[in-house]
Design a binder for this molecule. Sequence first.
Ligand code: G4P
Length: 517
Amino acid sequence: MPRRTFAVISHPDAGKSTLTEALALHAQVLSEAGAVHGKAGRKATVSDWMQMERDRGISIASAALQFEFGDHIVNMVDTPGHSDFSEDTYRVLSAVDCAVMLIDAAKGLEPQTLKLFRVCRHRGIPVITVVNKWDRPGKDPLELLDEIEQQIGLRPTPLTWPVGIAGDFRGVLERSSGDFVEFTRTAGGATRAPERRVPASEARLAQGQWWDTAVEEHELLAADGADHHQESFLAGVTTPVLFASALLNFGVGQLLQVLLDVAPAPAPQAGEDGSLRPLEGDFSAFVFKVQSGMDAAHRDRLAYARVCSGVFERGMVVQHADTGRPFTTKYAQAVFGRERASVETAYPGDIVGLVNASALTVGDTIHTGPVIRYPAMARFAPEHFAVVRPKDNGRQKQFRRGMDQLDEEGVVQVLRSDLRGDQAPVLAAVGLMQFEVVQQRLASEFGVQVDLDHLDYTLARSVSEQDAPTVNAARGVEVLRRSDGALLALFPDRWRAGTVARNNPGITLTELPAGGL
Ligand code: G4P
């Protein structure tokens, strides 16, 4: 069956968990909303594998939800939903073909949505926009479109247009057909909300001025050329827009249909050397996320891989591209939150969780047949830095083992220098929560309590071996080596970096990936 693989990008509270539930409900994965993914206190709190998650009621890490819709298989890859930000979020977006940008109708574009959107743009991932919570008072729809165009330079091309202002959501005008799609409330959105298609003439009688307004605005949009154009969408120039209420399950079926109709199908991915392996060729996949300790009882380690080509069959022997070693995939699972099921077969676009794949790290390729290696995943520009030390000096060995593992998983970047020594490495993170995760995991998995001393740096630039001593000698600057060998110079702020560059015209301070995002 054809595949669609996407992720939702949004600011916390825009309704991502609610939308996930509604999608699953619509696709009939579940009989009742609330069972898939939720915050603390909801029916089932999933991915609460860490105490921290339970305490905060946030979902830090889960994987992909797969369901059938129409004659397609849809993979929804989960992005961490908390307000903080980690490299995980960026990496997840390397595993999808399309993103759904979920916006709160009352708030418009919010900071995290913007950050995530920039990652999508950087990666060339097309974006479908969903304006959520239309059942509540919110901004004017034309104003929202303006905001999108002004702030992120994407041209909105609404596929549906709301009938009734925000807070009085009656349904939508489907712009391609001119029909009215009427929504009917069900109690709390807990079941699939019926959608009734009504021809324009009938809608005019039933909805009166609300219908007239919608038609007028639709014509305005058409005159302005704001109509869906597939090539422009795929090129990241335009974004189709839908209006919805995830809570009431309005517009959710339409979103699924749009994903099937316009989102790109998995395409062959280029290897490091630029070669393309056809979708129907030998099996290949890349690891975009590694996670341990999800199941306290089993202490396992999961490597999540996106299938890029060929067919994955549970039990097959695949090769690890970096080492050439064979790797048996006896235990392959589909994981979403706490739910797990064995995966028997998987196709391009699907996500498989490989259990106890201790040899695999983020960015690795596994394959059968001739070797292929997908490009290494970029490590992003960290913005937070802290020295980490074990509280108990007697647990140095466990501390080192723990740091190595968390480093390998990409939970945090680990920087070292002769000056600081191995007992007190510097952690570098994109989001502050990464530090908490490190602390928690060192304590629960390695029995090591640590102290963190935050450093006053906010900016990292990479420097060459040759320039490193000069940069290191500058006031307020420190050069450390990351575990992948890169030398990073840490600065308190961009002005200091500017001064160092001006005072030493011969040196180069290179921005790290995503630094400009
Ligand atoms: P998130 O995962 O993006 O952080 O958001 P989440 O789905 O948890 O939704 C945040 C809040 O917004 C929730 O309310 C949720 O019920 C509400 N919400 C989501 N979609 C809609 C919608 O379409 N319409 C309206 N009116 N509300 C919506 P809460 O009070 O914070 O949580 P809860 O107690 O309802 O679970």
